[in-house]
Design a protein around this ligand. Sequence first.
Ligand code: NAD
Length: 392
Amino acid sequence: MLNGEKKIKRPYRWAMVGGGRTGNVGYKHRLGALRDNTAFELVAGAFDIDYERCKDFGKNLGVSEDRLYPDYKTMFEEEAKRPDGIEVVSIATPNFTHFEITKAALEAGLHVICEKPLFFKVEQGEEIKALAEKMNKIVGVTYGFSGSQLLLQMRQMVKNGDLGDIHMVELQYTHGFACDEIGDKESEGQKWRVDPEKSGPSFVLGDLSTHTFYMSELVCPELKLKELLCDRQSFVKSRAPLEDNAYVMMRYENGAVGRMWASAVNAGCMDGHRIRIVGSKASVEFSDNQPNELLYQVQGEPIRKMIRSMPYLYEECNADERLGALHAEGLPESWANIYLKFAVAMDAKDRGDEETLKNLVYPDINAGIEGIRWVTKCVESADKGGVWVDFE
Ligand code: NAD
């Protein structure tokens, strides 16, 4: 159980690029990082593309004025001159900026926590992985929903054979917030998402399904994706070639199969993020809007609802428990769990503790690269007319 006691010697001096006042995801980073007050300390920021807004916002967050910067380059330069300069940066800006900012941050000797989809090309991921190794730094990816401890329960159930042999992986991340094109023209956060220059080769595949694909890798680490077939559509025509809906079929090396539905035009849907693993004996299902329970269905037995924090759950699950039974947890705890693991990973890296790093389950650079590979292969399959393509 987590109770806020420190896990590392002292908090890391932390900054953000992006995630400003109007940003969608910035608050989730601060909520995760600052939850326990023992892992990160927010000391600087280039929070906004608009410097005046950055200064006003940063002051209101309590960051001192002389550490609010017009852009990330100035921040990395100026902070490097300080004896108490930043040690890690989170990147919460539109997709097309992730690569250059991550590269500059590593070159400036910083650990990096970056938003998904990490970059546009697998080669960029490999380049950054090599650079991070050279600089002895961590690159973490904020698959923010994946910190729910019930996903670790699912992982243990799969590992322990509770479901039997794994046969099917059912994945869905859908909503209906982009059913029309009003947001494409008016919303700061939506405009860039439908611009291939800024969003990358996909819309919903990168924006939504990378999260759920990582969840499937987390829960079923032994399943190796062999090939996939993707069909993608732009129901709002002006978005083409970027898709607002996609279906993907998967085949795994061991004969298991899977399906992903990613959509921003699933009208009216408010509960469309889920992962269901079907085995030869039983199935288990997690739904992001019911984060306190797992559905466990054994063939021929009454359906069970496993409730968070209960002693019948595996220790690997309850180790990430924060609030205890009878009290609801959700996305804030998920982000806090992920951020705590980023801090533990950075601390282990700094101390040369490879054993801790090897055993730590968190979205690292490899998870980021697999996310890029996933999007690249889905787009390749769809653009060839919906054909099977090898995953590797
Ligand atoms: P947004 O457009 O709502 O916000 C972007 C923020 O970055 C704004 O504050 C903007 O002023 C700032 N910004 C833009 N360019 C900048 C630059 N060059 N330097 C400094 N600041 C800059 O976008 P968003 O929805 O918050 O998405 C940001 C990233 O987070 C994207 O990569 C997106 O895919 C990802 N995201 C992840 C999650 C998640 O759950 N992990 C959720 C939403 C978005």
